[in-house]
Design a binder for this molecule. Sequence first.
Ligand SMILES: Nc1ncnc2c1ncn2[C@@H]1O[C@H](COP(=O)(O)OP(=O)(O)OP(=O)(O)O)[C@@H](O)[C@H]1O
Length: 312
Amino acid sequence: MGIMGSRPTGSATGLGVHDVAHAFGARTALAGVSFSVVPGVITGLLGPNGAGKTTLLRVLLGVLTPDRGTVTHDGRAVDTEDRRSWGYMPQERGLYPAMPAGEQVVHFGRLHGLGRRDAVDRARTLLDELGLGERWSDRTDKLSGGMQQRLQLATALVHGPDVIVLDEPFAGLDPVAVENLSHTLRRRAAQGCVVLFSSHQLDLVQDLCEDIVMVDHGRTVLEGDVATLRTATGERQLRVLVRTEDRSWLGRVPGAVVVSDDADGLRLALSPGTDALAVLDAARAAGRVEDFGLDLPTLSHLFLRAAGREAS
Ligand SMILES: Nc1ncnc2c1ncn2[C@@H]1O[C@H](COP(=O)(O)OP(=O)(O)OP(=O)(O)O)[C@@H](O)[C@H]1O
């Protein structure tokens, strides 16, 4: 049983995944996963390679029929018609290499039934939003990998879907592109869209996700509101750069354990209930403190804990 955050699950609005299980031959990819994605709340489906994320997204999209379980939208079982209106960005690229970037987006808009003028307007707005406005006329295969990824996203968003599902959208992107894509997803969520994406890069997406579903070996190990999950442990880490070789002051602060001690300073794990300011005062009494900060546990840390992999 995983640890659950504060947001109520099983809500009738948004997407619902109910007890989905699937095996490929003898290999169990999903062992009964349930969660919901609330409109307006960016939700990350997180887990290591092979956890079952892509399999789950394929079930959501109806590409794969699971051995067991159902998918609902606003409390109703989803059908092909519903899914056709969604925006989906698969992990593998599906763009026409020789087609110019802008035309590619227009083409997908037309497939969704948009008139040409409307499709062109939306494509222009989207390429500008994704930082590809200057590349409208360039052949798709002349764009960099990260640009093609953003173009793929544009093709998934051109028809203005209210359900957006993305498989590893951040893989291979540089920090600027990550920020750009994050901004686009935040905007869609703020407009009330359902936004679900998968990632194995937990710490890269921890500031973007509001809700998470963490899976491991086809099971949910952690689920809920990120802020609640990160604060709930009561653990903190204190970074302190103190100008002294003396470490004897550490003996006077119970509840602080040294995690690392290097050029960046000391990193101390504070057990729940430890007064971080008292620890900082002890450091200041020992020497000049040039920098300090208090961090919550990272999503990787929470994953390792929840999945019982701390020792590895
Ligand atoms: N078509 C398939 N045939 C056989 N086994 C499969 C197939 N697709 C996935 N699997 C297996 O199911 C499990 C889950 O795979 P899945 O691709 O869903 O993981 P993932 O979480 O998306 O991983 P990654 O982060 O590496 O993309 C793995 O053990 C994988 O080998």
